[in-house]
Structure formats: C-alpha cells, structure tokens
Write a protein that binds this ligand. Structure first.
Ligand code: SF4
Length: 513
C-alpha cells in the first residue's frame, strides 16, 4: 500500500527506530502517564502545549485546512516554535532524544486535558486543536509509518480486494469529483461503516452501499481522526469527573483554572515607568486616537459616570500603566475623574481608592508588578454585568452596537462585514484586528493579542516608525504628544500561571465597587 503524504514530504521511518515506551511519533493518548512530575515541569509542559495549540488555532482560522497555504503557514509556525517543536520529528533528531520528545507530547496532552475538560466551550476548542494538530502530523508521515501506527493502535482497516475494486470502478469514480478510472485502480479503498466517516459522506467524497462507505486511501486520515475525536471526547468526559478531587491540591487548582486564559506574548510589565511622558492630560486625546475598543469603552464609562467598578478600574488602570502612565499621573487622572461625582471629594478618594492604585503599581501589599490584561484574559474571564464597562466589546457587547459604531466611523462595508463575520464565528481578536485595520486605514496584518499591543501598533502607524526603531526613544506624535517607547520584556510564562496575576482575584475581595 502506498499512502503518499499530501504535503509531498517524506517523513523518516520513525517506526524503525527503537523507542520502547513511545513506539510511534503519533499517539492516541490512551494510557495516562504514571510517573512523578514536578510542579515546575507540569507548568512548563502546560505552557508549551498551549503555545502549540494556539499556533494551530491561529493557522486554522486564517487558512483552509488541508490547503497548500495551510501547510505553508504551519511550516512557518513550526519554525517560530523552535523551542517547543517536539511535536514534529526530523531525521536529524538522535534516536536517544526521541523518547524524551514523545514523553513531552504525551505528558503535555494529559495536562491540558485536566484544564480543558471543564466546560463545553473549552472541550470543543481543545478537541478541535488536538484534531488539527494530529491531522497535520499524520499527513507528514509516510505509508510505512502510517501502517505501523494503525497496527499499533488496533485500527484494523483492510483494503478491499483488487477484483472488487475493478468491479466497482465506475461507481467509485462517479462518487468522486476528481477521480478517473485509472486513479480508482491505482488506489486502495477501505470499506468502513458510514457512521465513522460522516464528514466524507457530507462532502460527497465516498461511494455508499449497504451501510458502508468506500474510502480512498487519500482520505484515510478522516477515519483515523473520527476515531481520535471519539476517544478524546470520551476521555475528556471522564477527566471532568475526576478533576474536582485533584483540585483539593491548591497548587494545581490555581494552575488548572487559568491555563485556558494563558497569554503567551509580551506582558507589557515594564510599564514605561519613571521617565514616561504619558500624562493624565494626554489620556483623552490618546483614547480617541489609539485605544482599542475595550479601553475606549472604559474611558467613555469613566467620563460618563465619574466612576468605574472594580474590574473596570483594574482592566483600565493596568492598561494605562502599560502605556506608560506613571503612578503619580495615574493618581491625578483617577482623582480628577472620580471627584467630579457629587458624592466624592478628594479626601474620600484618597481614603477609598488611592491604596488600590498604588497597589497596582507594586507600592502596597505584596508589591507585585501587576501586568495589564491580555485579550484572552479579558475575553474569557469576569464577563461584565449591568453597569460594568470592562470586558471585550466584540465578546460581551451586542453585535448591533458594534455595527452602529462602525457605521458612524464610516468604515468600508467590506471591513464591517468581516468584523461581523468574525464576531459571529467567535473569533473576537480577529474581529478586533479588522477593526484596527479599518480604523487606521491599513492593510497591515497584526497578530492582535493584547490591548497594549493595539495601542503600540496604533502609535507606530501614526508616528510612522517601526516598533523596533522606537524602542526607548522619545518621539513626537502629530498632536504634539510625546510618547516614550520602551521595549517590552520577554514573555513571563511563570508569572502568567503561577501567581502574580492571580492575585487580582484576591485584590477583588479587598476592593469595593
Ligand atoms: S480583542 Fe483585545 S484589544 Fe480588542 S477590544 Fe477585545 S480585549 Fe480589547
């Protein structure tokens, strides 16, 4: 049999290497790990797999799965993921390293099962990304490797005899859009219960007879994926019943609770501190010019109510810190707005709110350097209620309001349609990216992951310099506002999941709305 890989690449014959515990590069993840894992490795592997799955998600949203563009985009992502590329195996990898790489694959998959089994939405996302990752890896393997995998996993699909294929040739040809008679004779066909390949039935890609589908070898991946999906859905249901017992361990509870909202980009924690030139007086102008819709909402709420509730203050306050508003200026900014309310004077403000602002800047309590919220955190946690202005408008507001706003801003119709389509498909960050493009009249693609990134990209376009060039330099923007650009730190994965930002939850209990 010849399973020619669709990508045209021929993977190494992994199965011929000795790797006893993990005999194949592809895994069905049937057997849970039984070894001891340190908390540090647990966290590390969780972050690594989230990174991989988020990359798979982002490639899948932008490209048609299975297309040439999709494969190329995946190749590019793999190059970017050099430090976590254990999910692809190349001939250059020493046999001695194979086991360690496959172990990471195995452990990290099971760790994320714990984190993503808790709700339908999380389960759906996890299954989809795992399926896409599996499909990509499966299609990289050569025929010998695939046969080996099928055998090792008890997927006993046998091709129909050659004579039967000859007899059914015309029916098989007619059931396919692209097959000719010689194609039919050259390929193996598998007789499979049609329920196992509903995707192919729906796509009219197979011949059906007597409750069976006749699947050409090129589509074999669909059968394997159906089996993978069934197994994973079942496993997640079982895991979700087991997780409450594990959560008695407070250390795991914190980690598992936050993995799905893990943000893996810059954390904007350098906060452009002491010598920042962003002052309270500039916020109004900057908000119109460069703030993302979520922060514009908060700014509008603050102006209208002269007050924001706790999560609004936190989301907006940390964002402003991230763009370079110093503590002194932040105190001035919040005080000037809050004291416009009839029931708030300067003294009351100092008593009720200044502690929390200083806390955000690491001057009180644990003195931690709190980082601004990423999009994923804003989108997935603390949904706003009535009278709240925090959250992400693309996720939490009525879509009609966004459409009205885009109309008011005279966004081109095609851009508006795209934004609305992305909202409908629950791709909120992509909706925001299209919004950014329309608002800045640019076709430049940005991988939007953070409100502070929106702001920085906006400033970069307005100021006409690349982000790299503006690092640590002062520049003048058109309205005469001076912005100091400070290079963001590297991703701080540990902080993201082990504590600093989780303290915000503790903070919530200290503060009143
Ligand atoms: S996608 Fe991110 S930057 Fe855009 S509005 Fe939502 S939270 Fe803000």
């Amino acid at each position: 049999m010849d399973f020619t890989p669709k990508t045209g690449k021929s993977a190494p014959t992994i199965s011929s290497r000795r790797c006893e515990e993990y005999p194949h590069v592809l895994q069905f993840y049937k057997k849970p790990p039984s070894e001891d894992v340190t908390l540090h490795e647990f966290e590390d592997l969780a972050v690594q797999r989230v990174k991989v799955l988020k990359a798979v998600d982002s490639v899948g949203i932008r490209n048609i799965k299975g297309s040439k563009e999709y494969d190329e985009a995946m190749e590019k992502e793999i190059k970017k993921l050099r430090d976590v590329d254990w999910f692809v195996e190349k001939t250059s990898i020493k046999p001695a390293d194979l086991s360690a790489r496959r172990r990471k694959d195995h452990l990290s998959h099971f760790i994320l099962r714990l984190a993503y089994c808790k709700s339908d939405e999380l389960r759906r996302w996890f299954i989809q990304q795992e399926l896409d990752l599996f499909r990509y890896r499966f299609l990289r393997e050569n025929s010998a490797s695939i046969l080996d995998f099928l055998e090792k996993n008890g997927l006993d699909y046998q091709p129909i005899p050659h004579e039967d294929r000859g007899k059914m040739r015309d029916k098989l040809k007619d059931a396919s859009f692209k097959m000719t008679s010689p194609d039919v004779l050259q390929r193996e066909y598998y007789k499979v219960p049609f329920m196992e390949v509903l995707e192919l039935v729906r796509g009219r890609k197979v011949y059906l007879e007597g409750g069976y589908a006749y699947v050409p070898q090129d589509e074999l991946v669909v059968i394997v994926l159906a089996s993978f999906r069934e197994h994973l859905s079942h496993a997640l249901a079982i895991t979700s019943r087991a997780v409450p017992a594990m959560e008695e361990d407070g250390r795991l509870l914190k980690l598992l609770k936050n993995i799905h909202s893990l943000y893996l980009g810059n954390d904007y924690s350098t906060a452009k501190k002491a010598n920042s030139a962003v002052t309270a007086d500039m916020i109004n102008g900057l908000s119109k010019q460069s703030f993302p819709p979520c922060m514009q909402n908060l700014h509008r709420g603050l102006k209208e109510e002269h007050h924001l509730k706790h999560w609004g203050r936190l989301q907006y306050g940390l964002f402003l810190k991230g763009i370079g508003l110093s503590l002194e200026e932040a105190l001035r900014f919040w005080k000037s707005e809050f004291t416009k309310a009839a029931d708030m004077d300067g003294e009351k403000f100092d008593r009720q709110h200044s502690y929390n602002i200083r806390y955000n800047y690491g001057k009180e309590g644990k003195r931690a350097d709190y980082t601004p919220f990423s999009c994923i955190k804003i989108i997935t946690t603390n949904a706003p209620g009535v009278g709240h202005y925090h959250g992400c408008p693309f996720r939490h507001s009525d879509a009609d309001l966004i459409e009205q706003k885009m109309n008011k801003m005279s966004f081109p119709k095609d851009k508006q349609t795209k934004v609305m389509e992305y909202i409908k498909g629950s791709h909120y960050q992509l909706a925001c990216r299209e919004y950014f493009k329309a608002a800045h009249k640019t076709e430049e693609e940005i991988d939007l992951m953070h409100p502070n990134q929106y702001y920085e990209e906006s400033q970069r376009l307005i100021n006409g310099a690349s982000a790299g060039e503006t690092d640590n330099k002062t520049q003048t923007e058109p309205r005469g506002v001076k912005i100091i650009k400070v290079k963001s730190t590297n991703p701080n994965f540990d902080d993201s999941i082990t504590g600093e930002n989780m303290d915000e939850l503790e903070l919530a209990s200290m503060e009143t709305d």
